[in-house]
Design a protein around this ligand. Structure first.
Ligand code: CMC
Length: 492
């Protein structure tokens, strides 16, 4: 929160013993510092011990952990802007790499900057052969996202000189060249890793990236690596490359979502950015974050036809089902990204043929947005409602969906990495209390406080072994049931 400190607004908090505390309300974000609450001390109801107050916010429903100038969202009005520019204009007039530049460096690039930026990234697309060998060692059916996360983390082993743990903790804070080097490498190589993961899954040899002299765009190069067989001059469909580019733009950042918060959390330890990106991707892999587009497609497949929609919606309203791709923690209006993708779905169908699921989706949206259950709860389509249908129409298998979300989100993660490192740089000005500290949340301890350690003898409970082993029950594969069947000889 900027400390222009004209802000002389306060909250007055009064304790039960009538002591009053003045808590500053900072301008702009209308936020109070959780740190300021620590000055208030109250006696606990259990043992009357005096303790400082903390804010308790599991799920971070109302807690800000940083100042940012990257992405602006007004959830009530359905507005999303990157660095002030409306997402609709960026999707229509920009391209993914330009948007990545904007997110990371804060300004639109000049023509020369854009050319150099694109050249730098597209000349960092090759990955070390040991990484390719590493990827080849995964199971034939390994999930592409797991392969991506593991390989991104493994990339940190390739660049020990860029690892603050092995060099100096403030390696990136004061050296913008070192920061840029990691940005070029990560943005350049991520699609290559993703494409290798895909090819591994479908049992085809990995493709090397196109030479930068061919001038393929970021998404064209990615599609080339996914789809080229033996053609020397394979060039993917410009329309599909453009659609993927738009999908990449709308997924590039979404302020402090779970994976971006994870990125900032990891960055606060000064771990290398490869490990941090792998950690953020791990957060995105979860079904409550990056898995929703897949869930939407499964839901639409299950509904199967327009005449089954009412029955499905009844199940949603009686809470036995959930309408996937609807509702959002922040948007209480139509997600602007969903609007863009709904339009783009039609453009993609014009190229690759109409996906029958779109008719179910459009009718489902029409009925839900006229139904009081959804209207009263402000539930509207979110980005995932239409993205999955586009991925499906373009022939991507379901398990690639989270990876197609993670790839563009790397631009956002790196923008937050860059921004939080600059906070560190300006630490001397200390405009943001806590910005330079390692992120470490507080807890409210509700367990036992003081117990005496019993002896092993006292813990013997031969009489009730079943009960005492209940907590350790697990599943056994048929293999281990056979291996440990009664009568097998085991040395104990
Ligand atoms: N279908 C049916 N009811 C819903 C839905 C839904 N999709 N979403 C919310 N509700 C109901 C919910 O049952 C609750 O009703 P009640 O007041 O009667 O208990 C009310 O609406 C408020 O919901 P909530 O769970 O408190 O809202 P939340 O902010 O915690 O959850 C959400 C947001 C996205 C997890 C939720 O809307 C949801 O599960 N949606 C479906 C999954 C989905 O599409 N996820 C992708 C999110 S967008 C990805 C991104 O931006 O990165």
């Amino acid at each position: 929160m900027s400390q222009s400190n004209k802000d002389s607004r306060y909250l007055i908090l009064q304790t039960p013993s009538k002591e009053e505390y003045k808590i500053t309300v900072h301008e702009g974000d209308v936020a109070i510092l959780a740190k300021d609450l620590a000055q208030i001390k109250l006696k606990t109801s259990t043992n009357q011990e005096e303790k400082q107050i903390t804010s308790f916010d599991p799920g971070f429903m109302n807690t800000a952990c940083c100042e940012s100038t990257i992405t602006y969202i007004d959830g009530d009005k359905g507005i999303l802007r990157y660095r002030g520019y409306p997402i609709e204009q960026l999707a229509e007039k920009s391209n993914f790499l330009e948007v990545a530049y904007l997110l990371i460096y804060g300004e639109l690039p000049t023509a020369t900057q854009l050319e150099t930026w694109q050249e730098r990234i597209m000349s960092h697309t090759y990955i070390h052969v040991t990484l390719m060998d590493y990827m080849k060692s995964f199971r034939y059916d390994a999930h592409p996202m797991s392969m991506f996360i593991a390989t991104m983390a493994a990339m940190s082993t390739e660049y020990p000189e860029s690892n603050p743990t092995l060099t100096r903790r403030d390696l990136f804070e004061f050296d913008h060249r070192a920061r840029n080097q990691q940005i070029f490498r990560i943005l350049g190589k991520a699609p290559t890793i993703a494409a290798c993961a895909y090819r591994h899954r479908i049992g085809r040899p990995y493709n090397y990236p196109t030479e930068s002299s061919r001038g393929y765009s970021y998404t064209e190069n990615f599609l080339y690596m996914l789809d080229r067989l033996s053609e020397p001059d394979y060039r993917p469909s410009p329309a599909i490359a453009k659609a993927l580019d738009v999908l990449f733009i709308v997924h590039a950042d979404h302020e402090l979502n779970c994976s971006t918060a994870a990125m900032r959390h990891l960055t606060s330890t000064r771990v290398d950015p490869y490990t941090a990106v792998a950690g953020a991707a791990g957060a995105l892999y979860g079904p409550l974050h990056g898995g929703a587009s897949e869930a939407v497609v499964r839901m639409l497949e299950e509904i199967g036809s327009v005449d089954k929609i009412d029955e499905f919606l009844s199940g949603v309203k009686s809470k036995t089902r959930r309408l996937m791709g609807f509702g959002h923690r922040i948007y209480k209006n139509y997600d602007p990204r969903a609007k863009i993708l709904k339009e783009y779905a039609e453009k993609v169908f014009a190229e690759v043929g109409r996906d029958p699921l779109i008719d179910i989706a459009v009718e489902l949206e029409r009925r839900a947005t006229q139904d009081d259950y959804f209207v009263s709860r402000k539930l509207y389509p979110n980005v995932d409602f239409y993205s999955g249908i586009i991925y499906r129409a373009c022939g991507f298998p379901l398990d690639m969906y989270p990876l197609l979300f993670a790839l563009p989100r790397i631009a956002g993660w790196l923008a937050h990495w860059y921004e939080s490192l600059r906070e560190e740089k300006s630490a001397a000005k200390a405009s943001i209390p806590g910005a330079t500290h390692v992120m470490r949340a507080r807890q409210t301890y509700v367990g036992d406080v003081n117990k005496e350690l019993p002896s092993q003898e006292e813990r013997k409970d031969i009489s009730n072994q079943n009960k005492s082993l209940a907590a350790l029950k697990t599943y056994h594969s048929n293999l281990s049931k056979r291996r440990r069947a009664p009568g097998t000889a085991q040395r104990v």
